[in-house]
Design a protein around this ligand. Structure first.
Ligand code: FAD
Length: 515
């Protein structure tokens, strides 16, 4: 029987640190584990990370957060997907929805019927069968239906929020439940001579904080796992060459798009994320293909409101630590790796990692099998996200006149990972996409990107032939109509927000100074 609580020390109070801390406080009784978080106001946080995936709602539900209160306090809006512009070629547009492209018929995805109809000369808009996409296009929102026969049950939703306010919100929540927070800068990491495990952290004040398990949420610094324990870095920049972002908030507009917009530009892409009080914008670009000055010009030239600050530069590299768990240290968040925010995956990866730590939670003498299992799962998650992101770049058809910097030609012609080549070849045959038991990304996500970027299979799933072409076309027409009628009946996203969590006349404009 364990006598004393296991001492968990979390280094870092960004989104990763506070999500991990809140999860542990909720999941573990104080007799089992004590949780202490150290953060430094002087160092601060990365201050970005506004767009999320639907899994965040499960995390908030696990904590028992009150949704309207959480949304009010973080200036959040709802998100049904991501609007991709100019990715295949200039003028292309598609939405990656948090849901499906129409309900399956006889267990076969609607996408396969669409392929057959197309092959028979009946071209139609694939997106018009998708409830979440049509809601995005019409700026509508409502909660999903619990009736799984309804077309209104075919989606999930996420949030767009102020990341700094979210960390603050979780801090209040966790401190109110007994979490011990220490403000201070770690200046030394002390190892046990016998095995090289971390024994304690020394703060600038001289205080020494001992622990049994150390969670490294120190951001890009990776102070414990990278700098101290020297776990090597795996570099993915040859596949994902963007290495800079300029971020700038601007005055908001009133349309409150229920989606994040990502627009391909000459040396990368620009995000636009609508919050209650402002719109977040940023240009993710490759310093090999443009300059910071030119990037700022492109970014500021495309804002849809007045800039609220000067653009802030953030440097990064795509890649990750070869192991996220080493000895008695587990890195979560940017300390473990980074993949650019095109598909809003970073917060998800941190959430997934902290959840997995809880499930595998070690005793004081750490069983190496747990470490292996944790690292194996993290590898899979990172590799899948990496392949999916690479696809967006690789599958472009931009001609020279749309590619003044040469970035798009480079990513089209580069050698991509074998795992991605296999996925693309399988898809090109009959549109088959492997369905993972868990983790990112499900087949509709791949369908959205492939079709949106003009990659179509040569043939379709022949089970579709079990229905006559006339009957198939009729069912497809009915579905299109059902989607249109149901979307029509939804409130606008702006009205929904106003009723649910946002009073524009009240003082909700919590300014954080972050972008
Ligand atoms: P940080 O926020 O950097 O926090 C690090 C913490 O460690 C801070 O509290 C700091 O004070 C502390 N610390 C460091 N060193 C010390 C020390 N010596 N002593 C004491 N404390 C220390 N993710 C998404 O999911 N969606 C997005 O839309 C998105 N957009 C992004 C855009 C850009 C340009 C970038 C770069 C990232 C984006 N991300 C996004 C990623 C997201 O920002 C991060 O995953 C998230 O903020 C978690 O960061 P973190 O907590 O790991 O690190």
């Amino acid at each position: 029987m364990q006598k004393d609580p296991i001492r968990i020390v979390i280094l870092g109070g960004g989104t990763a640190g506070w999500m991990t801390a809140a999860g542990f406080i909720k999941g573990f009784k104080p007799e089992f584990a004590s949780v202490r978080l150290i953060e430094s106001d002087e160092i601060g946080t990365v201050g970005v990370g506004e767009a999320t995936l639907p899994q965040l709602k499960s995390f908030n539900d696990f904590l028992g957060l009150n949704e309207p209160e959480f949304m009010r306090d973080t200036n959040a809006t709802f998100k049904l997907g991501i609007d991709f512009r100019n990715w295949g070629r200039e003028g292309d547009r598609y939405i990656h929805p948090f849901g499906i492209h129409g309900q399956a018929i006889n267990g076969v995805p609607l996408f396969q019927y669409w392929l057959k109809a197309r092959a028979n000369g009946h071209d139609s808009d694939l997106e018009s069968y998708s409830f979440p996409i049509m809601a995005c296009r019409n700026l509508k929102f409502d909660f999903p239906s619990e009736d799984d026969r309804s077309v209104r049950s075919t989606f999930a939703y996420a949030y767009q929020f102020d990341a700094v306010l979210y960390a603050r919100y979780l801090r209040r929540w966790a401190e109110g439940r007994g979490l011990q927070r220490t403000e201070g800068k770690v200046v030394e990491v002390n190892l046990r001579p016998e095995d090289g495990f971390i024994r304690s952290l020394t703060l600038a004040s001289g205080e020494v904080v001992e622990g049994d398990l150390f969670i490294d949420c120190s951001g890009f610094r990776s102070l414990l796992l990278g700098q101290t324990l020297k776990v090597p870095w795996e570099d993915w920049t040859p596949w994902l060459p963007c290495d800079r972002a300029l971020a700038v908030p601007c005055d908001r507009t009133d349309d409150f798009t229920p989606y994040t917009r990502v627009t391909a530009r000459e040396a990368g892409w620009i995000w636009r994320i609508p919050l209650q009080h402002r719109t977040g914008n940023g240009y993710v670009f490759s310093s090999r293909f443009t300059t910071e000055g030119r990037a700022a010009e492109v970014l500021l030239g495309g804002l849809d409101g007045k800039a609220q600050a000067d653009p802030r530069l953030i440097k990064f590299a795509a890649g990750r630590r070869k192991q996220s768990w080493y000895k008695n240290c587990i890195a979560i968040g940017l300390a473990s790796g980074f993949l650019e925010p095109l598909e809003s995956t970073s917060i998800y990866l941190a959430q997934m990692a902290s959840d997995f730590v809880m499930r595998l939670f070690p005793d004081r003498d750490i069983d190496p099998k747990l470490v292996t299992e944790f690292n194996r799962t993290i590898d899979i998650e990172y590799d899948r996200v990496r392949d999916f992101l690479i696809l967006h770049y690789h599958a472009n058809q931009k001609p020279a006149e749309e590619d003044p910097t040469g970035l798009w030609r480079y990513v089209r012609e580069m050698t991509v990972p074998d795992t991605l080549i296999e996925k693309m070849e399988t898809f090109k045959h009959r549109g088959h996409i492997h369905r993972y038991r868990d983790g990112l990304f499900a087949p509709p996500s791949w369908v959205a990107v492939y079709t949106g970027q003009n990659i179509l299979p040569r043939n379709y799933d022949r089970q579709v032939d079990n229905m006559s072409t006339e009957a198939m076309l009729e069912k497809m027409r009915e579905m299109q109509e059902r989607v249109a009628v149901n979307v029509d009946a939804l409130p606008t996203h702006a009205d929904f927000l106003r009723d649910y969590c946002f009073d524009p006349s009240a003082k909700v404009m919590q300014e954080t100074g972050n972008v």
